[in-house]
Design a protein around this ligand. Structure first.
Ligand code: OGA
Ligand code: MN
Length: 202
């Protein structure tokens, strides 16, 4: 079954890393789209927090983002279709009840980072599984920008943002951070969501 190692990894340890998840030409086209949008100014400094409390804080995160919408580019639509297949597989195999996938391009210019955080808001647990694909074909260890995942046993894991790598993890279980990058660091970061539980209505 396609995606079977992802399913097994998530079930056993809550995270999965797939190298070469996307073909080289696909990551190339996604990277081109991200750079083109950055150059034309459609990527905006990312905010921290939710709703009216959202604010840009470069001391917490320094990336620029652009949310994907259907119909903006063929390669983006192909990626969204692939992730929808993955969403259906996750539901079938792990009974997660995921209803949608949202994702954004992110570009971290040199010097940018993202401090340790969880991908869940205090008042909204609808983000269930995080999925990041990296778009940096020439990434070298000296470039930095690793995703550092903090595991429950106190150890940590550094994931290089190398083109085609897909990292997935349960959004509420792993604090993580993006280490300072020395060069432009491109990714497509997304979340599989279920409907938020309305605690007030319980
Ligand atoms: C995020 C995030 C990780 C990465 O955007 O919430 O943690 O490797 N991104 O880009
Ligand atoms: Mn995150």
């Amino acid at each position: 079954m396609p995606f079977s190692t992802i399913i097994d990894d998530l079930a056993e340890r809550g995270w999965s890393l797939q190298s070469a998840f996307l073909a080289h030409d696909v990551t190339q086209k996604l990277a081109d789209e991200c750079r083109r949008r950055y150059a034309e100014g459609t990527l905006a400094p990312a905010g921290v927090g939710r709703g009216e409390e959202q604010a840009v804080r470069e001391g917490i995160r320094g990336d620029h983002i652009h949310w994907l919408e259907e119909g903006q580019a063929e390669v983006c639509d192909a990626y969204l279709a692939l992730m929808d297949e993955l969403r259906q597989t996750l539901n079938r195999e792990l009974f997660l009840g995921l209803e949608e996938f949202e994702c954004h391009f992110a570009l971290y210019p040199p010097g940018a980072f993202y401090q340790t955080h969880l991908d869940r808001f205090r008042d909204d647990d609808s983000r269930c599984v995080t999925a990041v694909v990296y778009l940096n074909p020439d990434w070298q260890p000296a470039d930095g920008g690793e995703l550092r995942m903090h595991l429950a046993d106190g150890s940590s894991l550094d994931i290089p943002p190398l083109a085609g790598n897909l990292l997935m993890f349960l959004s509420g279980d792993f604090p993580h951070e993006v280490l300072v990058t020395q060069t432009d660091r491109l990714s497509l970061t997304g979340w599989f969501r279920r409907r938020p539980v309305d605690v007030l209505a319980l």
